[in-house]
Design a protein. Structure first.
Length: 305
């Protein structure tokens, strides 16, 4: 459906992209000035965007624009869903990765993105929960989670961002701290199986980590997760496989299992690193459940997954 928006709440995360977004408030205001009635608020701490989004829904805003990156989108979506999904989310791509905005086909050109958001072409999209925690785009468990934790450390002391940041963290771990795990896994109503395990990515979108095409065929809105499970493998094998994973040409590999599901459960005897929409997380048990088409999202003119 398409229905132009007349009023929006813009939630700007000044900490996004190494704090560079703090300098963009005037530019963001210029993008929307004279085109739509809006209120702009800035986040002040982690998870502040969620409470601001909840307040925006209660105030009757039909569109809540998350101005930041995937972490901001994640929090704003969580706030909207906590209030019954009674507003649409719009993603203004100001962050390092912007994978959810990419999934929605939103332009990286900010002026064009603003017009796409105001135009109000929307789609009902899927959301998942990981141990009860909402996620819009992806969860990664195991090696992928460790990469996110390492990327978070690098982000604080370098100027790296997006795919370059994620790739640097990945190669650092491959070269200096590469290992797998033993886990138990159940997919949908299938049996619980034990397996050697390196990582699992569960997604709604076709990229994560700032552009890695881990599940290139993913379609957000089909009511199914796409998943990619990579078994434990030697470091030397990982080195030549990584470039293929970046461009989404890895599905044929014997150590790779892909598919679609509505629920995945994983257990380990140790706490595993993970990421939920790019945010670091840890647990020894994971229960991922699909919530089909529960969130209204503004989409752009690009490829929409």
């Amino acid at each position: 459906m398409t229905e132009p928006y007349r009023r929006a709440k813009i939630i700007l995360n000044p900490a996004a992209r190494h704090g560079e977004v703090a300098k963009l408030e005037a530019e963001v205001r210029t993008l929307f000035e004279g085109l739509i009635e809006y209120e702009l608020v800035r986040t002040e701490a982690p998870w502040h965007a969620e409470s601001l989004a909840r307040q925006a829904v209660r105030e009757g805003f039909g569109l809540v624009i998350a101005a930041g990156g995937d972490g901001t989108y994640h929090e704003v979506a969580s706030g909207i869903l906590a209030e019954g999904g009674k507003a649409a989310i719009g993603c203004l791509p100001l962050g390092s990765g912007n994978d959810f905005a990419r999934t929605l086909g939103i332009s990286n050109d900010l002026r064009k993105a603003a017009h796409e958001l105001i135009r109000g072409k929307t789609k009902r999209v899927d959301v998942g929960t990981c141990n009860g925690k909402y996620f819009t785009n992806s969860v990664g468990i195991g090696f992928d989670g460790r990469v996110t934790h390492r990327a978070t450390e690098l982000k604080e002391r370098t100027d790296l961002a997006g795919l370059r940041l994620y790739f640097t963290a990945l190669m650092d771990l491959v070269l200096h701290d590469f290992h797998g795990y033993r886990v138990r896994l159940a997919i949908d109503d299938g049996p619980e199986t034990e397996r050697p395990f390196l990582m699992m990515a569960v997604t709604n979108g076709f990229t994560y980590g700032g552009g890695f095409k881990i599940t290139p065929q993913a379609v957000n809105g089909d009511g199914l997760f796409d998943y990619c499970i990579i078994d434990d493998l030697p470091r030397a094998d990982a080195m030549w496989r990584i470039p293929l994973v970046v461009v989404g040409k890895h599905n044929w590999m014997k150590k790779v299992t892909t598919g679609r599901a509505v629920r995945l459960r994983l257990w380990a005897d140790e706490e595993l690193f993970a990421q939920v929409d790019g945010e670091p997380y840890k647990a020894s048990e994971f229960d991922l459940i699909m919530l089909p088409r529960v969130l209204t999202a503004v989409i752009g003119d690009g490829r929409v997954a």
